[in-house]
Ligand binder design. Structure first.
Ligand code: SF4
Length: 433
């Protein structure tokens, strides 16, 4: 078996290399001062790789200026251009960034055209030394793949394999690959299938970028991320990780670093149902406890567990352990006692203050246990990526939002101030559409 590595600026990831921690700016990339400042904060916090939204050539120019300013300050953290649809922007960014993140299937609806554009990008990246992340998300696989495999873990893995196979044939392997979902079971299964396919069908394993997308915020966002990422790290899958929170991206770094530390320690015995956790603070507790007990719940090797925990030398009582257990059971998709929030972390495309809006929506919808509510920052990627949400709140720009029900837009262009109230009315059935 050949284990490949991927060089991103001064960092190499892959088998035998340390797990790299990464995050993404939520600033407008055209706001160079704000973006530089957030990159500095992320770098100081220990972020190894930083991604920025790069939706057009103006953002590529801004990225070049951001990079120059960071390098002038002695900050060498590699920068990744986040491209979704436009192959020409990817080509421009490959001359500036240390890595471009693409979904080549989105380059064109015509598969042959998409293949030709991907080939051109690999040729350029070979010259410039730029790495590529093939980043596919559940809910945005495209018609060709979903017609063949459905919107399933198998479809996600097969879609990625098409591009990896093509890259291998072109002898371009400076690549990482990701298959994210907000559903921890879907993402874990997709990565496992991909890992097996790379080994069995390619005879080579590309480095893997692991993350739970749209995990949300607070305890539930952290626990969901730890369950999804931690399950795979415990199996040796994951060369770079992103904990994706609808918060200041700097908050993601300690969670990811803690996961990296846990992955380097001996894992619990499979099927273990009793745990003793000694934590320094609340976050340390939920991260350690979710990492220890979550993977077996996710894979149905266990159904319950006992936990004795101390936080800063103070023992947690039964009610505190039960509150954590509720969140963990939900993150592992075993028992739903609260609404399920699917919230994007926000990025340079975000069209409103998503952090405060998510909090408002969580406060107003806590009674809808088991209902899946998506809160997405932009109308371009949000609707596709919220996949199987029952209801969605999506930013449109200009102070307007669109509400979705079962994947369909049902109320468009409503003023943001009325959005939460109307969302609640839509869920409880008092608003007919
Ligand atoms: S859905 Fe959210 S994170 Fe994704 S591109 Fe839109 S604003 Fe950015």
């Amino acid at each position: 078996m050949k284990y490949l590595s991927c060089k991103i600026g001064g960092i190499t990831i892959g088998h035998g290399y340390p797990i790299a921690v990464q995050s993404m700016c939520n600033t407008d990339t055209l706001d160079i001062a704000a973006s530089v400042s957030q990159c500095e904060a992320l770098s100081r916090a220990g972020c190894d790789i930083i991604r920025l939204t790069t939706q057009g050539v103006r953002q590529v120019d801004a990225l070049a200026q951001i990079k120059a300013q960071l390098r002038a300050k002695g900050i060498e953290t590699p920068l990744v251009a986040d491209i979704h649809f436009n192959a020409d922007v990817a080509l421009a960014a490959a001359r500036v960034a240390e890595k471009v993140r693409i979904n080549p299937g989105n380059f064109s609806r015509d598969f042959d055209i998409a293949r030709a554009k991907f080939a051109a990008l690999t040729d350029l990246c070979r010259q410039t030394g730029c790495a590529i992340r093939i980043g596919l998300n559940h809910g945005s696989l495209g018609e060709r793949i979903t017609a063949a495999y459905g919107d399933t873990p198998l479809g996600m893995a097969r879609a990625a394999m098409e591009w990896l196979q093509m890259a291998a044939e072109r002898d371009f392997t400076n690549i990482t690959v990701s298959l994210k979902s907000s559903n921890t079971k879907v993402m874990a299964d997709a990565y496992r299938m991909l890992y097996r396919m790379m080994a069995e069908e390619l005879g080579m394993v590309f480095p893997v970028h692991v993350g739970v997308t749209e995990a949300g915020a607070g305890d539930t966002g952290r626990i969901k991320s730890v369950v999804g990422i931690g399950t795979l790290l415990r199996e040796g899958i994951g060369d770079t990780i992103r904990v994706s929170l609808t918060e200041d991206p700097v908050n993601e770094i300690p969670v990811a670093k803690a996961l990296r530390t846990l992955a380097a320690s001996p894992a619990p015995e499979p099927g273990q149902t009793s745990f003793i956790i000694d934590a320094t603070d609340h976050d340390d507790f939920i991260i350690k406890a979710a990492y220890m007990a979550g993977p077996d719940l996710l894979d149905h090797r266990t159904d319950d567990f006992q936990m004795h925990a101390t936080v800063a030398a103070s023992e947690l009582d039964a009610a505190q352990i039960d509150a954590f257990k509720d969140d963990l059971m939900q993150a592992c998709r075993r028992r739903f006692t609260k609404p399920e929030y699917i919230a994007c972390p926000g990025c340079g495309r975000t069209l409103y203050d998503i952090q405060s809006l998510l909090k408002k929506i969580m406060d107003a919808t806590g009674q809808f246990a088991g209902v899946k509510i998506a809160v997405m920052g932009c109308i371009v990627n949000g609707p596709g990526e919220m996949a199987d949400a029952d209801y969605g709140y999506v930013g449109e720009g200009g102070g307007k939002v669109t509400l979705y029900k079962a994947g369909e837009p049902v109320l468009r262009g409503i003023p943001q101030e009325e959005g939460v109230e109307k969302l609640v009315a839509l869920i409880n059935g008092t608003l007919k559409v």
